[in-house]
Write a protein that binds this ligand. Structure first.
Ligand code: FES
Length: 106
């Protein structure tokens, strides 16, 4: 298990022990984190699973694929640390990862 923290827009922290191989989006939905809509179910086709990766983690998480970047164009309030949470796969190197949910989704 790997530790993942998702911070909702109102500041509520969800400290989760999650399975490697799952995605940040799947864990957000499973734990009813508000603000992650994930309308396309993780197909990188909706941009309603947008999160901000904590700056301490951006390098380890890596950059979005070209397909994800195209889809991020549809997200609101995009920042340099923006990612689609369905495209971030949990792995042991990401133990302690922190992401924040934006105020609104596309
Ligand atoms: S769930 Fe649709 S892009 Fe992530």
């Amino acid at each position: 298990m790997t530790q993942l923290t998702i911070v909702a827009f109102d500041g509520t922290r969800y400290d989760l022990a999650v399975e490697n191989g799952s995605t940040v989006m799947e864990n957000a939905v499973r734990n009813s984190v508000p603000g992650i809509e994930a309308e396309c179910g993780g197909a990188c086709a909706c941009a309603t699973c947008h999160v901000y990766v904590d700056e301490a983690w951006t390098e380890k998480v890596g950059s979005p694929s070209p397909m994800e970047e195209d889809m991020l164009d549809f997200a609101l309030d995009v920042q340099p640390t923006s990612r689609l949470s369905c495209q971030i796969k949990i792995k042991p190197e990401l133990d302690g990862l922190v992401v924040r949910v934006p105020e609104r989704q596309a």
